[in-house]
Design a protein around this ligand. Structure first.
Ligand SMILES: [Cu+2]
Length: 275
């Protein structure tokens, strides 16, 4: 009983911490049952579709449960010693075929709407290429105002503590993006299949060698968002996190200028070798 009490207490504390931290920094917590708070229009729609499905599923389950209980009681051996041999009931058979079809159509329409909403990328303000590698991410910011690339490696437990990052989620070089702007992410893999995923943005896109996949998000609030490689990619799959810092336009411009200088030096040997 004590263990149980402690578990619920810990869950409540974790919930309060998560609420206090606000939606921008919401991390998963023990005993969590819902999603991390949505921080992009796509994730908001995923959440509301999830809610609609939940209502339908609960209604179907309750209906089936009620039928089962009714049958178990009404047709039990003591109350019904001679079983009925009735079979075929056209009305019933048409109903139990048509009603599930109608339910599936009701589910399919918003489902396809959401799929298209996710797949059709609005005109992007920022374009980033994320290249999955065993076991880190390389990011490229192309374009005249950027034109640099860098590696982003997961931090050790000790470094996470030092930098105040959540365990296994902090990285050395963070991805920065401006708030309320359409960010297009192009993913590919350098060796095996990885997947670039940030739950709060509702983004999960496979990074496949020899292929370019596209996805997008529009971060609704300034803050730091975490994700992980979400395709089993080898021994250190669990150690290639994704960290995205959403900042104001001015901060983004400053970061871009500083990164251009910082990472240009690192790019130099590659450029010479490529000539
Ligand atoms: Cu991976």
């Amino acid at each position: 009983m004590n263990v149980r009490k402690f578990g619920i207490g810990a869950a409540l504390v974790a919930l309060m911490v998560a609420v206090a931290a606000g939606s921008a920094m919401a991390l998963p917590y023990n005993w969590q049952t819902g999603f991390q708070p949505a921080a992009s229009p796509v994730m908001e729609q995923i959440e509301s579709f999830h809610r609609e499905l939940l209502y339908i599923i609960v209604a179907v389950c309750l209906f089936v449960l009620a039928l089962l209980i009714w049958i178990v009681i009404k047709f039990r051996a003591s109350a019904n010693p001679v079983p009925s041999k009735v079979h075929h009931n056209t009305l019933l058979e048409v109903a139990w075929t048509l009603i599930p079809v109608i339910i599936l159509v009701v589910v399919a329409i918003p489902s396809f709407k959401l799929l298209y909403y996710e797949a059709e990328i609005p005109t992007p303000d920022v374009h980033i290429k994320a290249i999955g590698k065993q076991w880190f991410w390389t990011y490229e910011y192309p374009g005249a105002d950027a034109g640099f690339s860098y590696d982003s490696l997961g931090l050790s437990d000790a470094d996470d503590v030092k930098k105040g990052e959540p365990r296994l989620l902090g990285v050395d070089n963070i991805v920065e993006v401006p708030v309320n702007k359409v960010i297009e992410i192009e993913t590919t893999g350098a060796d095996v299949i990885h997947s670039w995923a940030i739950p709060q943005f509702g983004v999960k896109m496979d990074a496949v060698p020899g292929r370019l996949n596209h996805t997008w998000f529009k971060a609704a609030a300034i803050g730091t968002y975490y994700g992980e490689c979400s395709e089993l990619c080898g021994a250190r799959h669990a150690f290639m996190p994704i960290e995205v810092k959403v900042v104001s336009d001015a901060d983004y411009a400053a970061w871009l200028a500083a990164s251009k200088k910082k990472f240009a030096a690192l790019d130099e040997p590659t450029r010479v070798a490529a000539k």
